[in-house]
Design a protein around this ligand. Structure first.
Ligand code: BG6
Length: 477
């Protein structure tokens, strides 16, 4: 059965990206590497076909072109980051790099001039490598202060034009891949460092919120938030063991950021639990008060796929470094629908389930889907005779996720909008241009030229008509 689904009044549609994944290194000065740049230089073999942030999509030179596509599609907003490592030349004193700031300022002007609202994230993994070397990055409390100084400069320069600011994109990711799981350069495992990073980033979110409130730039229509990748956890069965596994998974990867950001505190017993595993971070009561007093206005949530877990069947070796999998094992559910290219399960209900959770467990705080999308390899094979990539699989993916988002709103969730990852194809960590996510193709064989995919026209039509046709597969065959 086909039904027409209508977007609710005021529901916005946008697309996201980040500075390091699009800009390229034009004009980058000695000492301005971000952690991502350093990882790319330090372990380039891990980056798919050697592509990385060096040229990326060459956005610095081609943003006008990208914004004109956004205008043609009618996008309401575009989220990217300000690159901390490049915006400053001195991270201690927060000295602005005028060259980069001037590019950034023109980029924001162009975005607005094309009728697209800019949304700016202050860190999308771009912690300066100099601070990694000097302080171990977010392991050090002083870096929180440096981040606040950097944010203040950003508000001074762009605060009169940018209304929507975010502290982090996916604050749990870097330390989890690096220090918890040891998957990424520079290959140093330390679960306590992992927890210290988590805590300092939660603190930095609140401290920057506090600075923003004091900055004089936070007008009545301005909002501050953070963008969290909720790894929606589903228990294998309703057995107490499986339910406990999903609960702990959620605690260590999701609530660890959701709770301080929205509730201003970690849940009761959390610090004791950390102590029992020997990973309690250093903290002060005055910093916990900053977290308490400066909760965010709203949240951006990145939702891609569900995570299925079960209670542990095997024992953990005594003395092994702590890992949240102390409480769970991954569960490979038979029959799950897959995106075979990315290896991620497709389960559009994640948006609905999270929407109800925000309604019921987080005081119905405002939120939006800050990233959702489908990464597909070798998309050139779907090109038609006119040269356009016919990505109907992505259109189906959008429709299914939007359908469940709207259902969540109908049931009372304060869900404000939906953003696709990403506007153009871009460089992902390690996956570089492997998983293509864009509405607009980046043609690596032809000078990174841009071309709208079929999904870009779907978005255009969706925005113009504020509705889409949805095929409900309910037939028993
Ligand atoms: C998100 C990140 O988690 O996933 C992005 O915010 C990233 O930075 C995106 O590019 C897609 O990643 P991947 O590895 O599937 O290409």
């Amino acid at each position: 059965m086909t039904e027409r689904v209508y977007l609710p009044e005021g529901f916005f549609l946008g697309a996201a990206a980040s500075a390091w994944q699009t800009e390229g290194w034009n004009g980058k000065k000695e000492g301005q590497d971000s952690f991502m740049d350093a990882w790319y230089k330090g372990h380039r073999d891990a980056w798919y076909e050697g592509y990385g942030p060096a040229i990326a999509t060459n956005f610095m030179e081609r943003y006008e072109e990208d914004f004109s596509y956004m205008k043609e599609i009618g996008l309401n907003c575009y989220r990217t980051s300000l690159n901390w490592s490049r915006f400053l030349t001195d991270y201690e004193e927060a000295v602005v790099d005028e060259e980069y700031a001037s590019y950034y300022s023109s980029m924001i002007d162009s975005c607005i001039a094309h009728g697209v609202e800019p949304m700016i994230c202050l860190e999308h993994y771009e912690v300066p490598q100099a601070l990694m070397e000097r302080y171990g990055g977010w392991n050090c409390r002083h870096v929180v202060d440096l981040f606040v100084k950097y944010a203040q400069r950003a508000f001074e320069r762009f605060g009169s034009r940018v209304k929507y600011w975010f502290a982090f994109n996916e604050p749990v990711v870097v330390q989890t891949r690096v220090y918890l799981d040891g998957l990424r350069w520079p290959f140093h495992q330390d679960s306590r460092v992992w927890m210290q990073w988590n805590y300092h980033k939660a603190l930095a979110t609140a401290a920057v919120m506090e600075a923003y409130k004091k900055s004089g730039f936070k007008g009545p229509d301005c909002k501050f938030g953070t963008i969290i990748n909720v790894e929606t956890a589903y228990a294998r069965t309703d057995s107490p063991e499986d339910m406990e596994a999903a609960d702990k998974y959620d605690l260590f990867y999701n609530r660890i950021f959701l709770d301080p950001a929205v509730k201003g505190a970690y849940e009761e017993g959390f610090f004791d639990l950390l102590s029992s595993h020997g990973i309690l971070m250093e903290y002060t009561d005055s910093d916990l008060k900053v977290i308490k007093d400066n909760t965010v206005d709203w949240l951006g949530i990145n939702l891609y796929h569900p995570n299925r877990v079960k209670g542990r069947m095997t024992a953990i070796r005594e003395g092994a470094p702590f890992h949240p999998c102390y409480y769970y094992e991954e569960f490979d559910m038979p029959g799950k629908r897959m995106n075979p290219f990315r290896g991620w399960e497709i389960y559009p209900r994640i948006i609905y389930d999270f929407a109800l959770r925000m309604r019921d467990q987080y005081g119905n705080k405002e939120w939006f889907v800050a990233e959702n999308g489908m990464g597909v390899q070798d998309e050139g094979r779907y090109r038609d005779e006119t040269g356009m990539i016919q990505d109907h699989y992505r259109i189906d993916f959008f429709k299914q996720h939007l359908y469940w988002a709207i259902k969540g709103i109908q049931e009372g969730s304060n869900l404000k909008g939906y953003m696709n990852w990403a506007f153009t194809d871009n460089v992902s960590p390690m996956n570089a241009f492997k998983n293509r996510y864009g509405l607009v193709e980046i043609d690596l064989e032809h000078n990174r030229d841009r071309r709208m995919k079929r999904s870009a026209y779907f978005f255009k039509e969706l925005i113009a008509s504020r509705s889409f046709s949805y095929e409900k597969d309910e037939e028993y065959r």
